[in-house]
Design a binder for this molecule. Structure first.
Ligand code: FO1
Length: 311
């Protein structure tokens, strides 16, 4: 089994390729839940849903999140009632959040509900939240401490990030089976997600980082920073304002001790020697997942890197 650490859209795109070149039933997705939020009394798990919809073939191909061809009638009606509508919840997407929230209220755990929904949608991979306990990313800015979706969607990630914290992480436990899955994995993959706010919270759940650091299998990360820019989202700006080098080398520094092989884009080939000095192997390839052929080729490269390192 390959265990993957996943944020939202970047991870989902990679997993779309991976599950087409590797048996999907042998892929375990450990998803970030620190972006979760409550809107209209509903529990939203954006990263879990993004992965789930993508693997079910339902995702909106343009945004990467939400459901393809969804409508927004309910949101419009809520707006007319005076509710804030900055977080775009589609009509069909709402069903997911209503179901999840109902089940949570009835006492079910997030991991059980996620498994149930993924199965219902025909997803063959395991999609597992990092924890069943509430963990929330708080972004420190000069305008105050912002809940993640307020920073990211409402304020369009335009504030300078002074720091982040994962509220509740210290008191949280990994979801059932997570540590066992890490110990039993034949390979670990860090998807091309934001290392600070997508993979960071997963590693902040007590026990997960240590289990990965003590791995007996190879681990590969795909750099989400290409040519000094984030493929998607605010990773580059965040790394910069937090004093990190915005490059694949900066990513390598964050993942030191946890990753054996870093996959970097061809435009960053000249960084390979410096990354290798950190004790990682480097694989150079096209990481810009513009279409299915590149996604599949990247996934094949990652699987090959895992096999090669193992050998
Ligand atoms: N991202 C946006 O930029 N704007 C939105 O209105 C928005 C709505 C949304 C609804 C459901 C969902 O599952 C995800 C949604 N996202 C939206 C994406 C999400 O906020 C972020 O991509 C992740 O949290 C970061 O990984």
């Amino acid at each position: 089994m390959i265990l993957t650490l996943a944020g939202g859209v970047g991870a989902a795109r990679f997993l779309d390729g991976l599950t087409r070149v590797f048996p999907p039933g042998e892929v375990y997705v450990l998803g970030n839940t620190a972006d979760d939020t409550e809107i209209y009394g509903l529990h939203i798990s954006p990263d879990l849903d993004t992965v789930m919809y993508t693997l079910a073939g339902l995702a909106n191909p343009v945004e990467g999140w939400g459901i393809h061809n969804d409508t927004f009638e309910s949101l419009a009606a809520l707006g007319r009632l005076g509710e804030e509508v900055w977080f775009r919840l589609g009509d069909r997407d709402l069903a997911t959040h209503i179901f999840r929230s109902n089940q949570l209220r009835a006492g079910s755990s997030l991991s059980t509900i996620t498994a149930q929904m993924a199965k219902q949608l025909g997803v063959r991979s395991s999609v597992v939240p990092m924890s069943d306990d509430p963990i929330r990313t708080i972004v420190y800015t000069k305008h105050g401490d912002l809940a993640f979706q307020t920073y990211f969607v409402r304020r369009r990630a335009k504030d300078r990030v002074l720091g982040v914290t994962f509220q509740g992480a210290l008191e949280s436990r990994p979801a059932p089976g997570v540590l066992k899955a890490i110990r039993g994995a034949a390979g670990i993959v860090f998807c091309p997600s934001n290392p600070l706010i997508s993979v960071g919270p997963i590693l902040a759940v007590p026990g997960i980082r240590a289990a990965i650091a003590g791995r007996k299998c190879p681990s590969v990360a795909i750099s989400p920073i290409v040519g000094g820019q984030a493929i998607k989202g605010p990773a580059a700006r965040m790394m910069k304002t937090m004093g990190m080098e915005v490059s694949a080398l900066g990513v390598a520094r964050i993942y030191q001790e946890l990753v054996d092989v870093l996959v970097i884009d061809t435009v960053d080939a000249d960084l390979a020697p410096a990354i290798e000095k950190l004790g990682m192997k480097v694989v150079v390839t096209n990481t810009m997942m513009t279409g299915l052929p590149v996604k599949k080729a990247l996934a094949r490269t990652v699987v090959k890197a895992l096999q090669k390192f193992r050998a």
